[in-house]
Design a protein around this ligand. Structure first.
Ligand SMILES: *Cc1c(COP(=O)(O)O)cnc(C)c1O
Length: 829
């Protein structure tokens, strides 16, 4: 075929990748799916048409992938997570398909505003923060590294709330992300599984006289599958994200059921639908929320039934289930998988205990995400009895066998037995979900080296004594596709140009090749120009929304993450207030102009976190208005920090604040996104900060604060924040300024809970780390004045971040935990 007719053939095929084919398909999708022509189309019409155009191109590769995976009988990773914080799909899929330039050209030719179309997408906020975002990065990397995978979760009708700031306070607004439809998902109404609740468990003798158990639930609902294709970068592999939506089963439909009780039937239908209605907005789980336990069981049960269906369809037996599937439990939210898989294998598929237990133990793997004792998930036994009576029986049976093993291994140590039991017997009996997950899993991992070590020496110490070989570390990572190529196209282009190719996008370690160029003044200058452009864009965006457009020449100092006392946004704020006092005392204070930018949501019920947001806005109001400050300091709050807004922030940061109390942040992933985009970090030796600092070089990282060991020693010695308050004049005057009412129109009460808590309790040792933090910030101030030096450090931060690509994390899991191999997919045209 000559070139001309090849192009014509491409244009004719429905899913061609050329500019012409894209343009044709786009107009078709606008007209035939939405009944619009270009002249009357709204932004949303244009976005939907673009999304369908891209989705069509994914589907072909998806079918092909499913076919190849089945043919090769590859082991499939099932990533079970109550949260997937995906972010907008369109730009990411265009990048992964390699057609963003063709799409842009098609848009130009139709005289459309391409950026505006991308901007129109509302993100599915099906997660709270780091944990959900990690699951999304892992889906991207599983597809990119060509590992067959299914992500299983919940299709919440309302995701994480939208945050608006009213009079400085956070106000939560319902997230109606499905309002305009979701072009990326494919509903599978026929793919539905029953999920029971309540009732009782009974014994019976089967036809051979074998005693078996069955659960007679009081209520049954259905979980219906909604599938979203997940495209790998630069490959043809497309994996599946399968989210479950709860529905009333057919029998609730009005014709057949309850003709006499129409409203009763409607009520039952609504009850069934509440299960997948809303995401719980807590960062850490909170015991006692019955609906949350229902959600967990709901999605775990649907997912396992789906895997069993697939295995029976392919092989007719469940004997080799664990060879076919590797299940990863993302924290304890899906820990019920251990009990539910046992139930399905024994009660529904008539397997004996030993075989079912061997399969379960060889299928499940558990990732722990937290060391905070208040965040370790437990559920009242009474609630289990009521909702999941059969699962409670199974948990008791697992526990009995497990504790016997402990007793034999550690003679005469009933204290240990009580500590390790799946049931917490102290004050209201509770099921310990982390213990259930640990006992039922082949491997247990932490998410950064420090965190994995602390796991073994603290919350999971007894388990490490028993099964040291089961403990692993897999340091978290983030996808360079979304967090570099999509969000920072100018930087990506500069890197590709300097490298001579774009191999780095799926081989981030290869950025090391750029290191010699860090000294190159010409590159430094372009590097800085890229950063300044990103800052200018962010400034325009913030200006339009907050009324202040910060100076792009000032140092952008950013802290963006969920609000929590352990993350210590108030430490940052105390430093800002101290700086303000310096200016007020001496108008000639020589400071590098800085813009402090905060972003993040607080859990709606977390009083102290919400007060911190109010205080930031209150401090900003005073400082930004004060003529004496004269632009040297700006304090801004970016409302509604989510993935989409994060993508505006990471490229524009000069300094990344990673200042949690050592030993509290399991890993952090925001720290990685900033550093990849050339921000320097001011941080503690916590989570992955330690490994980031080791990679980028200690001289390119602003370290401060106590180590985790020092924190522990200080706490054991009896920490007295009051002493720091009295001894450190700088600290005292900053706290006193808040207490004086300066930031609250004279109201000395408003922030008292915060200041009193700091002075008298300070559970996260803000005061103990303040002085060291302040000194390191002075170093930052000086370092930023030497542009060459700063740019060099910035370049080295980016080029040395290879380890923190989620591709590396996934390869670690694949080799060390799942034992799965890549399965490449070819597409034959
Ligand atoms: C990456 C990310 C996080 C996690 O940030 P940390 O600093 O690691 O806590 C939270 N929320 C969003 C929207 C993110 O993209």
């Amino acid at each position: 075929m000559n070139q001309l007719s090849a192009a014509a053939a491409d244009e004719r095929t429905r899913t061609g990748l050329s500019k012409e084919a894209l343009s044709r398909a786009f107009l078709d999708n606008l007209f035939y799916l939405q009944g619009r022509s270009l002249d009357v189309a709204t932004d949303n019409n244009l976005y939907q048409a673009a999304a369908f155009t891209v989705r069509d191109r994914l589907l072909e590769r998806w079918i092909r992938s499913a076919h190849v995976y089945k043919e090769q009988n590859a082991r499939t990773v099932c990533y079970l997570s109550a949260e997937f914080l995906l972010g907008p799909h369109l730009a990411n899929n265009l990048i992964n398909l390699g057609i963003i330039e063709a799409a842009r050209a098609a848009g130009d030719e139709l005289d459309l505003d391409f950026e505006q179309i991308l901007e129109s997408e509302e993100e599915p906020g099906l997660g709270n923060g780091g944990l959900g975002r990690l699951a999304a990065c892992y889906m991207d990397s599983l597809a990119t590294t060509q590992i067959p995978a299914i992500g299983y979760g919940i299709r919440y009708e309302f995701g994480i709330f939208d945050q608006v700031i009213v009079d400085g306070w956070q106000v939560e607004k319902g997230d109606t992300w499905l309002r305009n439809g979701n072009p990326w998902e494919i509903p599978r109404p026929k793919l539905a599984f029953p999920v029971g609740f309540g009732g009782y468990s009974e014994e019976y003798a089967d036809e051979y006289g074998v005693v078996r158990h069955r659960w007679r639930p009081e209520l049954q609902i259905n979980g219906v599958a909604y599938d979203t294709p997940i495209m790998g970068y630069g490959v043809n592999n497309v994996n599946l994200l399968r989210l479950w939506r709860s529905e009333a089963p057919e029998s609730f439909n009005f014709g057949a059921f309850n003709v006499g009780d129409y409203y009763g039937a409607v009520h039952a239908k609504i009850g069934a639908e509440t299960i997948s209605k809303v995401l719980y907005p807590n960062d850490e789980p909170e015991a006692g929320k019955e609906l949350r336990l229902k959600q967990q069981f709901f999605f775990v049960s649907c997912s396992l039934q789906d895997m069993i269906r697939l295995q029976l369809r392919n092989t007719g037996t469940l004997e080799h289930f664990s060879e076919k599937f590797a299940v990863q439990l993302n924290d304890t939210h899906p820990a019920l998988a251990v009990a539910e898989l046992m139930r399905l294998l024994m009660d529904e598929h008539l397997m004996g205990w030993e075989q079912a237990w061997t399969i379960t133990r060889n299928t499940c793997h558990f990732t722990n995400h937290t060391l905070l004792p208040e965040a370790l998930e437990t559920w009242p036994v009474e609630l289990f009895e009521r909702l999941l009576p059969r699962h409670l029986e199974i948990i008791y049976a697992i526990n009995q066998r497990f504790l016997d093993e402990v007793r034999v291994r550690f003679l005469n140590d009933e204290a240990r037995v009580a500590r390790m039991s799946l049931i917490d017997e102290g004050g209201g009996r509770k099921v310990r979900m982390a213990h259930l997950a640990a006992v039922g899993s082949r491997a247990i991992n932490g998410v950064a080296e420090l965190h994995s070590e602390l796991l073994k020496s603290t919350v999971m110490k007894d388990f490490n004594d028993l099964w040291p070989e089961r403990f692993h570390n897999v340091t978290n990572g983030v996808t360079p596709r979304r967090f570099m190529v999509v969000s920072n196209p100018e930087l990506a282009a500069l890197i590709t140009e300097t490298c001579g190719n774009d191999r780095w996008v799926s081989d981030l370690e290869s950025l090391r090749d750029l290191e010699p160029h860090a000294e190159d003044h010409a590159l430094q200058q372009r590097w800085r120009a890229v950063k300044t452009n990103a800052k200018r864009e962010l400034s325009d965006w913030l200006g339009a929304r907050t009324g202040y457009a910060p100076d792009p020449e000032s140092l952008f100092d950013v802290q963006a993450k969920r609000f929590h006392e352990y993350k210590r946004q108030h430490l940052n704020l105390l430093h800002i207030i101290w700086l303000y006092e310096q200016i007020k005392q001496n108008a000639n204070t020589d400071l590098t102009p800085r813009t402090f930018i905060f972003g993040g949501k607080a859990a709606p019920g977390y009083f102290m976190a919400k007060l911190m947001i109010k205080l930031i806005n209150a401090v900003g109001e005073v400082i930004n208005k004060d003529p004496q400050v004269n632009g040297t300091l700006r304090v801004l709050f970016m409302p509604d920090f989510n993935v989409k807004n994060g993508q505006r922030l990471y490229p524009a940061a000069d300094l990344s604040e990673q200042i949690s109390l050592a030993g509290k942040e399991a890993s952090g992933t925001g720290n990685m996104k900033f550093s990849m985009n050339g921000a320097l970090t001011i941080g503690t030796l916590d989570g992955a900060n330690i490994e980031i600092r080791d990679e980028v070089g200690h001289e390119n990282f602003f370290l401060f604060g106590m180590t985790a060991t020092e924190v522990q020693q200080r706490q054991e010695a009896g920490y007295q924040p009051w002493e720091y308050y009295q001894r450190n004049e700088q600290l005292r005057s900053a706290i006193d300024l808040i207490a004086s009412g300066l930031f609250s129109h004279g109201d000395a009460e408003l922030f008292r809970p915060l200041t009193e808590n700091l002075i008298h309790h300070d559970p996260f040792m803000v005061l103990a780390d303040f002085e060291d933090y302040r000194e390191r910030q002075q170093e930052v101030d000086r370092a930023y004045r030497d542009a060459h030096h700063w740019d060099r450090m910035s370049i080295l931060n980016t080029t040395r971040m290879g380890k923190f690509s989620s591709d590396r994390s996934i390869r670690d899991y694949a080799q060390r935990i799942w034992q799965v191999e890549p399965t490449p997919v070819e597409v034959h045209d």
